[in-house]
Design a binder for this molecule. Sequence first.
Ligand SMILES: Cc1cc2nc3c(=O)[nH]c(=O)nc-3n(C[C@H](O)[C@H](O)[C@H](O)COP(=O)(O)O)c2cc1C
Length: 233
Amino acid sequence: MAGINDAEFCNRQKASLVILGGFNADKGAMEAAKAAVARGRKEFVFEDPLEGIENELKKVKKNFAVNVRSSTMDGYTEAAELTDCYGGIIEINAHCRQPEFVQAKCGEWLLFNPEVLYEIVERVSKIATTAVKLRGGYGIDYEKLCVKLFERGCSIVHIDAMIPNGNCDLYLIKRISKHGFTIGNNSFVDIKSGERVIGAGAKMVSAARATLKDKNFFEKMLESDILSEPVEL
Ligand SMILES: Cc1cc2nc3c(=O)[nH]c(=O)nc-3n(C[C@H](O)[C@H](O)[C@H](O)COP(=O)(O)O)c2cc1C
């Protein structure tokens, strides 16, 4: 969660994997973030994008990934080098739909320009373990997209399986999970909803908004045998 998921927030979560960011790895993405902040959105704004990311990586004490937006290949590769040095996973953000980022060729722009996304994944996965965060809910062939992402070096697909009217598209998670390691996301608010995502085939389930409502969210979810089962990548 941009503007929220810094190292301090993540260190407080009793989760097996925390995902920092979204961070902006180059000037184009950072300018987009500043424009989003100007209209009231929360974003991480750092004077020097990579220095700002590194300061967070120095503080994180858990297994972590870093969700990154960039308008250039260099932003992704430099963020990947940094992330790898600190033992983390880089997560390419192909999810953000805020217009400033889409105009800067970041976030979900990549969903509609998959060749660019594949190229990023191929380059970045040679540097660090790579995840891709996708937004569901569009008329895209997600299975085909994910097969190609896995072929090009992606280790994890993290799918926000949103259904435009709310709730989680379990069938989408089921179809994607057949092809590789999948983290299912959207509307994980209690043990039942989390177990449904794992039941659909995801290896892990992630939560964003629920952690804002309850600071002990993950602790409570770990009472479930299914949700506390160890996973290996
Ligand atoms: C305040 C806020 C900021 C978010 N920022 C990001 C982001 O920077 N990168 C990203 O991939 N997803 C971002 N998301 C999306 C969430 O990670 C998640 O995919 C979405 O909220 C659905 O999951 P949930 O039902 O558990 O909240 C954000 C969500 C919220 C509520």
